[in-house]
Design a protein around this ligand. Structure first.
Ligand SMILES: Nc1nc2c(ncn2[C@@H]2O[C@H](COP(=O)(O)OP(=O)(O)OP(=O)(O)O)[C@@H](O)[C@H]2O)c(=O)[nH]1
Length: 341
């Protein structure tokens, strides 16, 4: 994950990175271009929420949501401008285009196992929208954008020779006004990418808070969470090291990856990794989630005679401590490997 990229960049790279981001055509060699069998859906926020609810009551109409962030890549500026120019706002009662398809065909599709919903979370300005934008160009030579999108990207992609529909939501809002929307995000996603900027320690320090909120909201779910240290190209402005990111991920039992959305570095790995993380858990769910008893590697054996409470506790602790120590070691060691649990 940590490549020469992190160290080789100098201040000039920042300019290059932003140029690269703003002009997808001029992306670095090896950067995939759009492919024909992918779809990009444009959704109004109301539509989006309706989709999130999937059968729930329609959300109340509100004022247009805009993030007060710094300059966005040119392509995104176009998208956002277009959304207004096309009189998408205020929302109409009738829907059109891909939003319709979400209400019918896509809704049915969404029920299937092959649809994975990934939420981008994180502080303002860390690069969520830019990351989401790179997802639009993930796969290949024949891709085309059916429609522009402001907040949501849906594509069919191949991961490990299996096709999935991946929907990436960039709808995380900061501040109180976004609170209820954030709750929707947390309740709805199949996987969560908590993005921070490696050039902004404050965004890094907010990660545990976001994760705690996520886990508190869905306490019975083993949710795939990936900490994403974005802007790895900005070596000279770096405030959070790779090791710090990994350490936090290990401590919080998450995965970790560093990306440069501007250079499309590790972005494919990120989204494919999210798919793998969901699959790993779904596979485990389908297997029935049967695990051997923690105190015995071969499962519970009926005791031949009754043990005293002290003996039981001693046996339990003897089994528990080394087991857990190994477990934590494994988790923290593999936090950068998105293809394993
Ligand atoms: N150098 C560099 N700049 C980046 C990278 N990712 C995003 N940026 C820039 O960082 C700024 C913020 O990016 P956004 O994608 O708008 O960030 P966001 O998290 O969506 O922000 P909000 O919309 O306010 O939540 C933009 O100017 C981007 O061009 C990156 O990997 N490297």
């Amino acid at each position: 994950m940590h490549t020469d990229l992190d160290t080789d960049m100098d201040a000039d790279t920042e300019t290059v990175a932003l140029c690269s981001s703003s002009s997808r055509q001029a992306s670095p060699s090896g950067t995939p271009t759009p492919e024909a069998d992918t779809t990009l859906l444009k959704q109004k926020p109301e539509k989006l929420l309706a989709e999130l609810d999937r059968g729930g009551p329609p959300p109340a109409p509100g004022v247009p949501r805009r993030r007060g962030s710094m300059p966005v890549p040119y392509k995104h500026q176009l998208r956002r401008a277009q959304a207004v120019d096309e009189l998408d706002w205020p929302p109409q009662a009738s829907s059109s285009g891909s939003s319709d398809s979400l209400g019918s065909g896509e809704a049915a599709l969404a029920q299937k196992d092959g649809v994975f919903k990934v939420m981008l979370l994180g502080e303002s300005g860390v690069g969520k929208s830019t990351l989401a934008g790179t997802f639009g160009g993930l796969q290949g030579d024949n891709a085309h954008e059916m429609e522009n999108s402001e907040d949501t990207y849906e594509r069919r992609i191949m991961v490990d020779k299996e096709e999935v529909t991946l929907i990436v939501y960039d709808i995380w809002e900061q501040g109180d006004a976004g609170g209820w929307l954030q709750d929707h995000c947390l309740q709805t996603g199949d996987a969560f990418l908590i993005v921070f900027s490696v050039t902004d320690r404050r965004s890094f320090s907010k990660v545990p808070e976001t994760l705690l909120r996520l886990r508190a909201g869905r306490p019975h779910h083993d949710l795939p969470v990936i900490l994403v240290g974005n802007k790895s190209d900005l070596a000279r402005s770096r405030e959070v090291s790779l090791e710090e990111g990994r350490h936090l991920a290990g401590t919080l039992s998450c995965k970790h990856i560093e990306t440069s959305a501007a250079l499309h570095h590790n972005t494919r790995e990120l989204f494919e990794g999210a798919v793998r993380q969901i699959r790993l858990r779904r596979g485990r769910g389908h297997a029935g989630g049967q695990r051997p008893e923690p105190s015995s590697p071969d499962g519970p054996a009926p005791p031949t005679r009754r043990e005293s409470l002290t003996k039981k506790a001693k046996r339990f602790l003897a089994n528990l401590v080394p087991r857990n120590a190994k477990f934590f070691k494994q988790r923290s060691r593999s936090c950068h490997d998105l293809s394993v649990l």
